[in-house]
Design a protein around this ligand. Sequence first.
Ligand SMILES: NC(=O)c1ccc[n+]([C@@H]2O[C@H](COP(=O)([O-])OP(=O)(O)OC[C@H]3O[C@@H](n4cnc5c(N)ncnc54)[C@H](O)[C@@H]3O)[C@@H](O)[C@H]2O)c1
Length: 257
Amino acid sequence: MATGNDAERPVALVTAAAGAGIGSAIARRLAADGMDVVITDIHEVRAAKLAAELEQEHGRPFTSLVVDVVDFDAVGAAVERVVAERGSLDVLVNNAGWSKIEPVAEMSPETWRRCLDVDLTGTFNCMRHALPPMIERRRGSIVNISSIAGWEPTDEHGAAYSAAKAGVMALTRVAAAEVGRHGVRVNAVAPGLIYNDFLRKIYPDEFFSGYAESRSKVGRIGQPQDVAALVSFLVGEEAGYITGEVYGISGGVFPHS
Ligand SMILES: NC(=O)c1ccc[n+]([C@@H]2O[C@H](COP(=O)([O-])OP(=O)(O)OC[C@H]3O[C@@H](n4cnc5c(N)ncnc54)[C@H](O)[C@@H]3O)[C@@H](O)[C@H]2O)c1
């Protein structure tokens, strides 16, 4: 890991940042915002590749780390290393998520556990380790990636995923209430369908065109950059009065207030 942070840039850690979707868009956006972004993912090669790309693009070092958010101790070691080597951890984006759609009456305990482990416990693990150094420095902002699945009464997302993402919303609100007076803000975003090349391989063309034409109120599917822009705002100084909120971002598919 490269050391030093001579430009006094805010240090941001993004989980699951090396995929084709929201995580890498957030990492790219925060890097463009001038942050020192630590790219973490379970996929070592892709994480290193993104770090190298960002180095090339911005002409400064970026760090990649292999971190499985389910592994409490591994998350702790990563946060400790970032704080020791970069001097602080100012921003945490909990992006890792997993889902498998099985009806409750047929769901395997493995599906239930894996979903709760990655989406909810993974978010807790990262917050649990990131909050103490943030509280100590009286500075920090966390954004958790939830989903409209946490609100929407439908059989489309799978109950395990919906329960986990609703849990992320509750975890966000309670943590925000606990740490606000210590200078740390915690918010969540709840995206609707956000396009990525991986989903493209799973779903047929009609799925995307139907969504854009009949469900989205803005005539298109969300892009990872749409979510990254909202996260960029929420972690920034101008959002200093915002904490404990969950922002929907679904092109009007599931407006929520
Ligand atoms: N894509 C959507 O339509 C959509 C909608 C609502 C919410 N979300 C949420 O947004 C987040 C990002 O989803 P995305 O589809 O954009 O994918 P993404 O590309 O951001 O994430 C995929 C990456 O996650 C990594 N990963 C998987 N399990 C991990 C783990 N245990 N620890 C660390 N990394 C892990 C993978 O290696 C891969 O690189 C998820 O939390 C998802 O639930 C996505």
